[in-house]
Design a protein around this ligand. Sequence first.
Ligand SMILES: [Zn+2]
Length: 249
Amino acid sequence: MKRNKTWLCLLLLPLLALVGIRGAPRGALPAQAAVSAVPAAQSAPAGYIALTFDDSPNGAVTERLLDGLAARGAHVTFFLIGEQIEGQEALVRRMAAEGHQVGNHTWTHRRLDTSGAVGARELRRTEEALERVLGGSGYWVRPPWGFASAETLREADAPLLYWSLDTEDWRLPGTETVVRRILDAATDGDVVLLHDSYEDSVDAALAVIDELSARGFAFVTAEELFARAGVAPERGCLYCRPDRLRTVA
Ligand SMILES: [Zn+2]
């Protein structure tokens, strides 16, 4: 059964191409997802973007990001390194309480394509830590560096999220550089990769939210991005964005 997962993921794509991100029927949205920062009197958002922050949580830097997001009514997704959760449980609870999505980035930032059972154990251990702190289950996975194998996907108990817009904030830092990379490329439905371990990335994210909100974009969690697109995320599928999968060897 699990063996057939990859082609099942791929089967979805032609359908998605026909529907299109913007063409999703609004009636299909869960009631909660229909609540948006944009007042009903205004026109519909120009598009939806999911900012995602890897290697989280990071103490005061993450806190500053949460403050900025709260002030703007924006929601994002955090992918947590399991071993960083201890001592930062309150911060993790705050993420969830303020409407952000929390996901799994392995226990020690282990690449999943070459680590076999060790990587699988790291995912499980982080999932269990998230269940202890937040409750729930089936936390989405962001593979460290984006590396995943067919085996990773077969064994995953949740959807996996790659990205469609890489800011390369770890390699080319600087607030202006990161802002420019996003503004030059962002389109409706994009999943943007950032890290809340860098002050510059936090400043850049908040500046981008200000700029693109003024152009009518709304910033939502990955889960809401998929719901808005009318796509039900499948466990074991590695998505770049709701209408695009990343295939792995
Ligand atoms: Zn990472």
